[in-house]
Design a protein around this ligand. Structure first.
Ligand code: BES
Ligand code: MN
Ligand code: ZN
Length: 500
């Protein structure tokens, strides 16, 4: 997708669709009013008839508008200007993009008319709209002969001829980089486990690293063994697909500056192991590497944007399968940091993978850490399908993560790290066991991870709900969502700025 800024009058730009954002306001802004005059009062008449409400994500499509150069016009409501948020704009423009991308279209023009009382800055609005267009025109029908969604070739963002091109151009690029990063994450998650396994994800990471200028190191089973990652290796041993640990390095702040570590759970398929999942619980488990895919997407965006920050991404890649070599209930594992773990449920595998990768990240030097994992169904029960759970050992660091999420408009909710939950992990035969009781399982999992991060300020993000949508709707495609990519990039940017 090629994106550009066009300083032109809305009616002059040639495109397959002209998308115009319409606020929910008593009066049209001056530009909208001028556009209405060009159209001979069509907008006023639509508004009068109650067909053009400007309500969030409300669409009006006009297919034959002789006064404009574009073939078709799509009016998309964005709600009250004073209440406009990135989340609301993202949803509205993504809804428009989904409508428009149902048929082959090559060229899209978009006009976001920001009134002076808008709560969102012009640059934020532009980059959000571009991200929404990039994400909205890409579907999950990767394996279909007849595609149901057509990605845009070219997007032109219309700005007023008097407006400064430079900041608008930067906003467009930022929006595009973020959108493409989300699509990278989405594609990796959406591709099935027959094509996405530890080795193939590592190869993808190497390719992306080459394209974006990241340093990439891949640990093979011998190196993982040498690192004594007994916990991760136990999960991997039941599969014919050998594990990988990927390390992606980005040094934008220069040597010696604080380092942020991003750690992702990359279980390329979670059958549950010998604690086998039933069909219903297993059918979407290609999504269980979403944490790792999110780390890759965020690292790619951070590098492409050239952010002045040091970030290291870690991906723990395994497949959780059954075979004669599977790890078993009652097995005692030796984690990399010396902790012994009694396995009482082989389906609580994500924490076993993360345990070793977290301790590896700590030992390789990081000042702050965030991990992302499709870790527990319990988190989905607690917070629903659209909200990420946050857990921490350091409230100030968690506030920084929550703040970044709030700014970009992603829903994250913190759950308590009460000591009672750690009690449940006590074992009679080892230092700990890998599961507690049925209740509060998202917290028990987080308390387990806490044993492997030492003193490092750390936030665990459980994305089991929001990373993968079981079905789609008007505003978003089903399947992988690319959630938390924007939050991580925002966090990295702030992290670099605060430690300059
Ligand atoms: N990958 C699953 C968690 C999951 C569930 C992700 C639903 C996405 C959607 C994880 O490995 C798992 O199986 N967790 C168990 C933990 C239990 C055995 C303590 C769960 O949630 O049931
Ligand atoms: Mn599992
Ligand atoms: Zn899992």
């Amino acid at each position: 997708m090629h994106c550009e800024v066009a300083a032109a009058d809305w009616h002059t730009l040639d495109a397959d669709w002209l998308i115009v954002c319409v606020p929910q306001d008593n009066e049209f802004s001056s530009r909208l009013a001028a556009f209405d005059r060009t159209l001979g009062g069509t907008l006023s008449r639509l508004k009068e008839a109650g067909d053009l409400t400007g309500k969030p994500a409300d669409l009006v499509a006009l297919h034959d508008v002789p006064q404009i150069a574009a073939k078709r016009l799509l009016l998309v409501g964005v709600g009250t200007p004073e209440k406009l948020t990135r989340a609301a704009l993202m949803k509205a423009v993504q809804t428009a993009a989904r409508k428009v991308s149902e048929k082959q279209t090559s060229r899209i023009a978009v006009a976001i008319d920001q009134s002076s009382n808008a709560s969102l800055g012009s640059s934020e609005a532009i980059s959000t709209a571009v991200t929404a267009l990039a994400v909205g025109c890409v579907g999950q029908g990767l394996y279909q002969k007849e595609t149901k969604r057509f990605a845009f070739d070219k997007v032109s963002v219309l700005i007023a001829p008097t407006e400064d091109m430079r900041p608008a151009g930067e906003a467009v690029r930022r929006g595009q980089v973020l959108g493409e990063a989300m699509n990278l994450t989405r594609e990796l998650v959406n591709r099935p486990a027959c094509d996405v396994y530890p080795e193939s994800v590592a190869e993808t990471a190497q390719r992306v690293a080459g394209e974006t200028g990241l340093a990439c190191e891949v640990l093979d089973p011998q190196q993982i063994e040498a690192e004594r990652m007994g916990s991760l290796l136990a999960v991997a041993q039941g599969s014919d697909r050998p594990p990988r640990v990927v390390v992606l390095r980005y040094e934008g702040a220069g040597r010696g500056k604080s380092t942020l570590a991003l750690v992702g759970k990359g279980v390329t398929f979670d059958s549950g192991g010998l604690s086998l999942k039933p069909t219903e619980g297993m059918k979407d488990m290609k999504c269980d590497m979403a944490g790792a895919a999110t780390v890759l997407g965020a690292m790619a965006a951070i590098a492409r944007l050239g952010l002045p920050v040091n970030v290291v991404g870690y991906m723990g890649l395994v497949e959780n399968m059954i075979s004669g070599r599977s790890y078993k209930l009652g097995d005692v594992l030796h984690a990399r940091n010396g902790v012994t773990i009694e396995v009482l449920n082989t389906d609580a595998e994500g924490r076993l993978v993360l345990a070793d990768v977290l301790s590896y990240a700590v030992d390789h030097g990081c000042n702050h850490m965030v991990d992302l994992a499709t870790l527990t169904g319990a988190c989905v029960v607690a917070l629903g399908e659209d909200v990420t759970g946050a857990f921490t050992n350091d409230q100030a660091w968690c506030d920084a993560v929550l703040g970044a999420a709030k700014t970009v408009g992603e829903d994250v909710w913190q759950l308590p790290m009460l000591d009672g939950f750690a009690e449940q992990l006590k074992s009679d035969v080892a230092d700990c066991k890998n599961v507690g009781t049925r209740w509060g399982g998202a917290i028990t999992a987080a308390k387990f991870l806490e044993k492997f991060v030492g003193e490092t300020p750390w936030v665990h993000l459980d994305i089991a709900g929001p990373s993968f949508a079981s079905s789609g709707n008007a505003s978003r495609e089903g399947g992988a969502t690319g959630c938390m990519v924007r939050t991580l990039v925002e966090l990295a940017e702030r992290y670099g700025a605060a430690r300059e």
